[in-house]
Design a protein around this ligand. Structure first.
Ligand SMILES: [Zn+2]
Length: 659
């Protein structure tokens, strides 16, 4: 039995161990930085003060050591302060992304081993203090970041903010966490420029998204997979034919016609390697040693990722490395063509093993990285054992089938490939292209994506590298929230993660859940139809996501939008009497994303119709531009990415993008 007296007693005990930061809307604590604070600690202090002020209207003062006297109020000491050192926390002993959270003597310590550089640069590896602040904000203020920009900041109102007694240390679960940002306009055409952001909005969007990704702790503890990029961008042999083709044609693919190097009529960089060739292994290691001698003291690893092509070599040595033919009948229908002309998974695993054996004789700590991709994605023969310093980027890539949402057979088969790679003993990270897909459409697949990710996390995943964000923050909202959130909380049940997202719509939470459930069900039901529609374009020689505007109207015809609009109208209605206007504004944000998607699909219907006149097509583009100009100041979408898909999809329609 627990009477009121007892409860009062419990509350008293709690209050002794808690540290009060804000008391009834008044600042009750200070933030203290080290005397020579790194920019990342300064940024952490600003982030902490900003969110506390948004929650409570109380602005905590930020001071720097040395303090003239012990602080009169409780203080949150950030980074490598003297006070933290006196409390027994040695920042320099912490790993690069490690955080210590501790309370004692009425003070709070948030300590990381901070390093120099721009706090928004994801390449800055010493970030423990900032990660600690985000942890505090999430746990004790209930802050959530839904999408880039102010409306996407969910900061519950609080008159009192308290920190409980703490004594813990932690690091991010994955050594590197990356979402390639989809920013930058290299190679933009005039057509791209016309359909994309204005200069000003492109800058604003980039800043907002960068801040957002850091809040979700995108970054890395070490340069493992980045250290080898000095010599390439992940496809390592692009210039080898030009450099070495004359002298060493035997390092290059043998085609069935007996030719080495690029096939007849192919572009000079379109080829793969003869990966069983010992001379190729030796040259790879020799070039790595040259790099090492140029950069003494730096970690340089070896990237042997094949060029962006399916493996082609038919020489007897490579064929022997493939082992006995694999049973293709175990493949889910639709994936067969992904493994032509050969299933080269075993061959490339042996290649990595051979290069690692040579290089590790020079440096036993060297890491060898490559992409398990295209026709060498399939798990290698059970006899292949790989060293943990061989880093496999798991890149499931299929021309049309296999993308999210996928059939159960595909889903299961891809998981089995992960297990197969794990069995080899190599270290595996997830480097998918899934989030390139869907253009501006409300394509969402939260449950299946989460299921796969958590499966990999349970089976040894060491990091992530997602290629690339398309920034459809309204149309694909919970998909993208999950993509960030799951990298910080990989064990959180999906309904809890989605619940966090929906809750930020206040009284509209239920309707917003209905809305995205409608689209997820739609995508799941139409998954095979979507793959088929995409396959039939351009003889199936079709990068699934890149030309998506060619199928947007077929996959999202006009009649699928009104039921979705009705649900969002109901969501908006639910927020009508709430005094927090942000709930309604967030529903409007979703409505804007839906309106933009609908107009994109309507434009596609006209442009894809071969019987439409040029005038009609140009008028459809003009209509799209009208809505895009009216929405580009919001963060509903990265308009630059939408523009790229449109101009790529319709580049053969001459003059379409001229005013
Ligand atoms: Zn070969």
């Amino acid at each position: 039995m627990c009477g009121s007296l007892m409860l009062g007693g419990c509350a008293l005990i709690m209050s002794v161990s808690q540290i009060v930061l804000v008391d009834q809307g008044t600042p009750a604590a200070l933030i203290v930085l080290p005397e020579n604070a790194e920019p990342i600690a300064v940024y952490a202090a600003e982030e902490l003060a900003y969110h506390i002020e948004q929650a409570s209207r109380a602005r905590l003062e930020i001071l720097r050591e040395p303090l003239n006297a012990p602080p009169a109020k409780p203080a949150v000491f950030l980074g490598a302060t003297r006070a933290a050192r006196d409390a027994g926390i040695d920042a320099t002993s912490l790993a690069s992304e490690e955080t210590v959270l501790r309370t004692g003597d009425g003070q709070v310590y948030v300590v990381g081993n901070d390093g120099p550089g721009d706090p928004l640069d994801a390449g800055i590896t010493h970030t423990g203090t900032l990660w600690g602040v985000y942890e505090v904000l999430e746990r004790y203020l209930g802050v959530r970041w839904l999408w880039p920009g102010k409306l996407g900041e969910y900061i519950p109102r609080a008159n009192d903010i308290r920190i409980p007694a703490l004594d813990e240390g932690f690091s991010p679960r994955f050594a590197f966490r990356q979402q390639r940002p989809g920013l930058g306009r290299r190679g933009f055409t005039e057509g791209n420029m016309r359909l994309s952001f204005s200069e000003e909005n492109a800058k604003r969007y980039a800043r907002d998204q960068t801040v957002f990704l850091r809040r979700h702790r995108m970054g890395r503890s070490e340069d493992t997979i980045y250290a080898q990029r000095r010599s390439g961008s992940g496809h390592s042999f692009g210039d080898w034919w030009e450099r070495f083709g004359k002298e060493h044609p035997e390092w290059f693919q043998l085609s069935p016609d007996g030719r080495r190097g690029p096939a007849e009529g192919a572009k000079p960089r379109k080829f793969t390697m003869c990966v069983s060739n010992p001379g190729l292994h030796a040259k790879t290691v020799e070039l790595w040693q040259e790099e090492r001698s140029k950069h003494p003291g730096e970690t340089i690893n070896i990237d042997i990722s094949e060029n962006d092509e399916s493996a082609q070599c038919v020489c007897p040595e490579c064929r022997a490395w493939d082992g006995p033919p694999v049973d293709r009948s175990t493949l889910p229908p639709g994936l067969e063509r992904s493994f032509e002309p050969v299933q080269a998974g075993t061959r490339y695993a042996r290649f990595a093993k051979a290069v690692h054996a040579l290089a590790s004789a020079v440096d036993p700590n060297v890491k060898v990285n490559y992409y398990a991709y295209l026709n060498y994605f399939w798990t290698p023969d059970a006899s292949v054992e790989l060293h943990p310093n061989i880093m496999i980027a798991f890149v499931p890539w299929f021309r049309w089938a296999g993308w999210f949402p996928r059939t159960e057979a595909e889903h299961e088969w891809i998981k089995q490939q992960w297990l197969g790679w794990q069995r080899t003993g190599a270290s595996i990270y997830y480097r998918p292209n899934w989030f390139l897909d869907g253009y501006t459409m409300p394509l969402v697949y939260m449950h299946q994506f989460c299921d796969a990710f958590q499966f990999y996390a349970r089976h040894g995943m060491i990091g992530t590298d997602f290629d690339s964000l398309q920034g459809q923050w309204a149309a694909q909202g919970p998909n993208l929230y999950l993509l960030s959130r799951i990298q910080v909380r990989p064990e959180m049940p999906i309904e809890e993660m989605l619940g966090e997202y929906y809750a930020t719509f206040g009284p509209a939470a239920g309707a917003v859940k209905d809305y995205f459930t409608y689209w997820e069900d739609y995508a799941t039901k139409n998954s095979t139809r979507a793959a088929d529609a995409i396959r039939t374009r351009r003889d199936g020689n079709f990068r699934r996501y890149a030309l998506y505007a060619q199928v947007a109207d077929e996959l999202y015809p006009a009649e699928v939008f009104p039921p979705a609009e009705t649900i969002l109208a109901r969501a908006l209605e639910a927020t009508r009497d709430d005094k927090d206007s942000a709930f309604a504004e967030r529903v409007v944000f979703l409505q804007q994303g839906l309106a933009h998607a609908k107009q994109c699909a309507a434009t596609a219907a006209v442009v894809n119709d071969t019987s439409s006149s040029m005038d009609a097509k140009k008028a459809a583009i003009a209509e799209l531009l009208k809505i895009r100009r009216s929405l580009e100041h919001t963060n509903i979408a990265n308009m630059d990415r939408a523009a790229i898909i449109e101009t790529d999809s319709w580049k053969e329609i001459e003059g379409l993008f001229e005013p």
